[in-house]
Design a protein around this ligand. Structure first.
Ligand SMILES: *Cc1c(COP(=O)(O)O)cnc(C)c1O
Length: 436
């Protein structure tokens, strides 16, 4: 009877006292390690793990960090993938976050020892990159920027019907604006709006005219819109500010994305405030950027709601590093040329084919994603694998997310940095090895 594994299940205290598990407890927290210990004790009881192998089994169960979020290789070809956390941060931004994690001088002037303006350097970096702006603030995300504008300016907001946009996951900009108590005065039709429509809507209750970039769709055919410059000229002298939500956060015109609006051009064309996300095409942390006329920015900053929407020190650190540091991954991915992508796909496919895997390099289109340049496919290349790779790749130790097209699994390289090509191939090899 002494062979009964239930009698030999190591005690919780004994396991937790093992130096390797004690170390893990220091790093990950005792509760997390204890949970893994209890699961392994069950497996010993069931005879699946030997009592001597219990510590190793616990170590194998432990996650790499105390968070369950795992690094994923994005081979979807969608550069800014909302479900994969949008913009991957640059190494410079990640370092800046690590440095700002502890106590830091985010709101203290070390020269005088007195309180200083919060996030001053990040704001200065923004203004340096967008010289048409007089002032800027940073809030939690672009939705927060819209909510703050609608709340602080209040009253009636004039907006074109063709710009009543749903962004994704049921997030509708008009519903957000109305949730603040603001009233929307809709003008024009779904496909057409004219300057006269805006003019006719202005009244004593008007607090702002809002232009929202339809980031994830286009209207084609019999259409008409009013550009920022035209609207700004018509509003001049009325005292009604023009607020433009440009969405994706390009600071300047981008050669690869000629139709995507940018902050500098929109302000220079006459917008009083521009709003954008930090984690789309800018390639930085989740943030809502608000830039424009000093008086308006000041009004937003003084509003009590600003306090509820402001960002933390690590976001400010990452934003500054994104603006001042080397090109962030999103920008690198956008700039990648087709020939380079094809060469990388061929090299990976050759390595996999050498190992007996049915892998070939193919041309494949990719997308900006994250509500940017919806009708602008980017040319590129992918590694094409048999269909059955898709799921095990997603479930692997280093998850890879690709997509299925014509009964093949495609790993699109536009959204993978060259430095990760090796890891991508390794992940495929690991899946194939389990099958042989
Ligand atoms: C993406 C987007 C938003 C929402 O931005 P978040 O930063 O996700 O809150 C708002 N407006 C436009 C035009 C967008 O494209």
């Amino acid at each position: 009877m002494s062979a009964d594994p239930r009698r030999q299940v190591p005690r919780t205290d004994t396991l937790l006292a093992d130096p390797r598990l004690a170390d893990a407890g220091q790093r990950l927290g005792r509760a997390l390690v204890k949970g893994a210990v209890q699961r392994v004790q069950q497996r010993v009881r069931a005879g699946e793990v030997s009592p001597e192998g219990a510590v190793d089994a616990v170590l194998a169960e432990l996650p790499g960090t105390a968070s369950s979020l795992r690094p994923v290789l994005n081979a979807t070809g969608v550069v800014v993938h909302t479900n994969l956390g949008r913009a991957p941060l640059s190494a410079a931004a990640a370092e800046a976050i690590a440095a700002a994690t502890g106590t830091t001088d985010v709101e203290l002037d070390l020269r005088t020892g007195r309180r200083g303006p919060r996030g001053e350097a990040a704001i200065a970096a923004l203004l340096g990159a967008v010289p048409a702006a007089e002032a800027a603030i940073v809030v939690n995300n672009c939705a927060a920027a819209l909510a703050l504008v609608a709340t602080a300016l209040g009253g009636e907001l004039v907006i074109a019907r063709g710009e009543l946009v749903e962004i994704g996951d049921g997030f509708r900009i008009p519903e957000l604006l109305e949730s603040t108590g603001a009233r929307l005065r809709e003008v024009g039709t779904t496909n057409r709006v004219a300057l006269a429509d805006y003019r006719g809507a202005l009244g004593p209750e008007t607090r702002a005219v809002l232009k929202v970039h339809p980031s994830n769709f286009v209207v084609r055919g019999f259409t008409r819109a009013v550009e920022v410059g035209e609207l700004a000229a018509a509003l001049a002298g009325t005292g009604v500010p023009l607020v433009a939500d440009v969405g994706s956060g390009l600071l300047r015109p981008h050669p690869v994305l000629p139709d995507e609006p940018d902050l500098q051009t929109t302000l220079a064309a006459g917008a009083d405030l521009v709003l954008a996300s930090g984690d789309k095409l800018l390639g930085g942390p989740q943030a809502g950027l608000v830039l424009g006329r000093a008086e308006l920015v000041q009004r937003l900053r003084r509003h009590p709601l600003y306090r509820a929407l402001r960002v933390d020190k690590t976001t400010l650190a990452a934003l500054e590093a994104t603006l001042r540091g080397p090109l962030p991954p999103v920008q690198e991915m956008l700039a990648a040329d087709v020939e380079g992508l094809r060469a990388r796909a061929s090299a990976i496919a050759a390595r996999l084919a050498d190992a007996g895997i049915d892998a070939v390099a193919v041309d494949a289109e990719s997308r900006v994603g994250g509500g940017g340049a919806p009708e602008h496919p980017l040319p590129g290349a992918a590694v094409s694998l048999p269909l059955e790779f898709a799921e095990p790749l997603r479930l692997g130790a280093r998850p890879v997310v690709g997509y299925v097209e014509d009964d093949r699994t495609l790993l699109n390289l536009r959204s993978v940095l060259p430095a990760a090509d090796h890891a991508l191939a390794d992940a495929v090899l690991e899946v194939a090895e389990k099958w042989t």
